[in-house]
Design a protein around this ligand. Structure first.
Ligand code: SF4
Ligand code: SF4
Length: 328
């Protein structure tokens, strides 16, 4: 425990042992980690934390999710990713080849979109979807120049806190005073921890509900809504945007995609697919969720909220990059 920052040790000693966190932890449900045991340094499975944050939502005394991030980093022996040193992202960015497969688009300067590592590295076509979605809403958007990782991933927990703060503040500065909007709500949440305001795209879209209603729309299409854990706090905005397209939301429950925790993820994805049965497609707010839902063999097609706005405007261009496809 001595290698942990003092504030993490303080958070651990603030635990009162009520175990509320255990009841909501999706990893614990399937034999993974235990947030309570982690707080008393007795969890053998800290590396199985998904980072969903459900524990911190119910905890009244401390911040177990933040503690888990540091314990997991300790257990896995992480260091600042090589990709960050070379490219500024936690994973290597994808090539720009995807642009050749899409119609040319013009970037505006009203709003800057911050993609985040998952979009930049795994599903860069979402940058097109976000910029086009803004165009359909009459907002000129462009990609944030000199953008980097927000430093949320577990691999950054050995980095000096002051350095992490500086990176986040610089990201805001790169927007040159324009609105900075994230594609990944994890980025919004992480930037906020250093006082940097960058609303998630679902919050930003919710300012344009009348314009969304004016699009050709998706009336009568049955869809499921899975915002993803990091977008859960923006659920109201997220739902309002989806409803404005005219689509009918059919799922009554929602939850964690499970990411890539062996032995746990499969069970959680089974839960998600079951609760979304009957939907033509699933709408997510988290790019990482998009990656995991799109991998499910025989699963329900998935799209990000930015693609939903495009689809409501009759634009299904980014579908060509999906493994599980829907048509406009
Ligand atoms: S981390 Fe919070 S919710 Fe969990 S046992 Fe400790 S005080 Fe209770
Ligand atoms: S962040 Fe999620 S998976 Fe990790 S301990 Fe908390 S509830 Fe469990």
């Amino acid at each position: 425990m001595c290698a942990l920052p003092d504030f993490v040790v303080d958070l651990m000693t603030s635990c009162v042992g009520c175990r509320r966190c255990m009841k909501v932890c999706p990893s614990h449900k399937y034999g993974g980690c235990s947030p309570w045991l982690s707080m008393i340094a007795k969890d053998p499975n800290t590396e199985m934390c998904i980072g969903c944050g459900k524990c911190s939502e119910v905890c009244r005394h401390t911040n177990p999710k933040l503690v888990m991030l540091y314990l997991k980093a300790e257990k896995l022996g992480v260091s600042t990713p090589e990709a960050f040193v070379r490219h500024g992202f936690s994973i290597p960015p994808a090539s720009d080849d995807w642009k050749k497969e899409l119609p040319k688009y013009k970037e505006g300067r009203d709003v800057f979109v911050m993609p985040g590592c998952i979009v930049q590295g795994k599903i860069p076509y979402l940058k097109y979807a976000a910029i086009k979605a803004f165009e359909y809403l009459g907002v000129g958007a462009g990609e944030l120049l000199d953008n980097t990782c927000c430093t949320y991933p577990v691999t950054f927990r050995k980095m000096d806190e002051a350095q992490r703060t500086e990176i986040k503040v610089n990201l805001r500065g790169n927007a040159s005073g324009r609105d900075l909007v994230t594609l990944c709500s994890g980025c919004t949440n992480e930037l906020a921890t250093s006082g940097v305001y960058a609303p998630n795209i679902c919050t930003y879209f919710s300012k344009y509900l009348d314009r969304i209603r004016a699009l050709p729309g998706l009336k009568g299409r049955k869809i499921a809504l899975e915002p993803g854990c990091s977008s859960e706090r923006f659920y109201t905005d997220f739902r309002m945007v989806v409803e404005a397209t005219g689509a009918e939301i059919i799922n009554k429950t929602r939850g964690c995609c499970g990411k890539n925790i062996e032995g746990v993820s499969e069970k959680l994805m089974e839960e998600r697919q079951a609760e979304c049965q009957g939907a033509e497609f699933i709408v997510v707010g988290c790019p990482n969720c998009q990656v995991f839902y799109d991998r499910v063999e025989g699963g329900i097609p998935v799209i990000h909220l930015s693609e939903l706005i495009c689809l409501a405007a009759g634009d299904a261009e980014t579908q060509r990059f999906h493994k599980l496809r829907i048509e406009a």
